[in-house]
Design a protein. Structure first.
Length: 297
């Protein structure tokens, strides 16, 4: 199955795809963009297939969004993930084609009328550098300090344990500098398993990409649901069952997790929030017989 749905999204209009679920307003925030090797992003899928949906640059990299979700309501300003942050040197920025020229997390927040002090909670899906790098900010003296001084930061205990003792395969993705200051300041709250963290915000646990990736499902009483996919479905193309990242630690677990969740997403008309899709923040599913593909959310 090949995802050819094109969804137009105006990156300059921050609020074009704002969604309301019960008491919460959900706003996708662009925090910049980066690029990763296309082969690594699609595992066993041949380039002549993935290159059609996600065209590679001269270094074989594909464009990736660094999109996070702002959830406002019930007196809270919650961020789900924090992007890569701005602490990288020129060499690293070049390797990852990191681009903050149009958007940063802070200017996107400002556009919503928020300062860093206003963020009350951060839900970190997992501690990979492209999801949690914005937790800390580099001061002029080079010190890394918490970006959101008043926020409680939720991480799964098992993911933190894995992050602190990664394997040779994924140690390049877990960088202690991203969360050390959060631990030192007593801001980290470890969660142990799935559950409802706030009314209408449930965390689901997935173990294929890394151990204990926590993905929020935001629901209201009349059946509207938004599911934050993070690295279970980083882009629309990953809705194809075998399109699984080479980065995943347990790819067969990812396969089973995708096989299990997709029919429910379709039957219950969930809206999917895509963190890394270069074009679409929100999509829904369409049944095309041999699988599902993305349609405009
Ligand atoms: Zn990841």
């Amino acid at each position: 199955m090949f995802n050819d749905a094109i969804i137009f999204y105006d990156h300059h209009s921050l609020f074009s795809s704002r969604v309301t679920i019960g008491p919460y307003t959900l706003t996708p925030l662009e925090t910049g963009s980066f690029a990763l090797d296309g082969g690594a992003m699609f595992g066993v899928v041949p380039k002549n297939l993935w290159n059609r949906s996600n065209p590679a640059d001269e270094q074989n990299r594909i464009d990736m969004a660094l999109r996070v979700l702002l959830i406002r309501g019930n007196g809270m300003n919650i961020l789900v993930d924090t992007g890569m942050g701005d602490k990288y040197d020129e060499k690293t920025r070049t390797i990852y084609k990191l681009d903050h020229s149009k958007r940063t997390l802070l200017n996107s927040l400002k556009e919503c009328g928020l300062e860093t002090e206003d963020i009350t909670h951060v839900i970190q899906t997992h501690l990979h550098f492209d999801h949690c790098g914005g937790l800390v900010t580099k001061t002029d003296s080079g010190e890394l300090v918490p970006t959101f001084p008043k926020a409680k930061v939720f991480v799964q205990k098992e993911n933190l344990k894995w992050a602190e003792h990664p394997t040779e395969k994924d140690r390049a993705s877990y960088l202690k500098q991203d969360w050390e200051a959060i631990v030192e300041h007593g801001m980290l709250e470890e969660l142990d398993g799935p559950g409802e963290i706030f009314p209408g915000i449930e965390l689901k646990i997935f173990n294929g990409h890394t151990r204990a990736q926590q993905l929020p499902l935001i629901s209201d009483r009349v059946g509207n649901r938004v599911f934050f996919c993070a690295d279970l479905f980083p882009t629309k193309a990953h809705l194809n069952l075998p399109w699984i990242m080479g980065y995943d630690n347990f790819p067969l677990t990812t396969l089973e997790e995708k096989r299990r969740v997709l029919p429910q997403v379709f039957e219950e008309h969930w809206t999917l929030f895509l963190e890394h899709d270069p074009v679409s923040p929100f999509v829904k599913l369409e049944d095309v017989g041999k699988g599902f593909r993305a349609v405009e959310g």
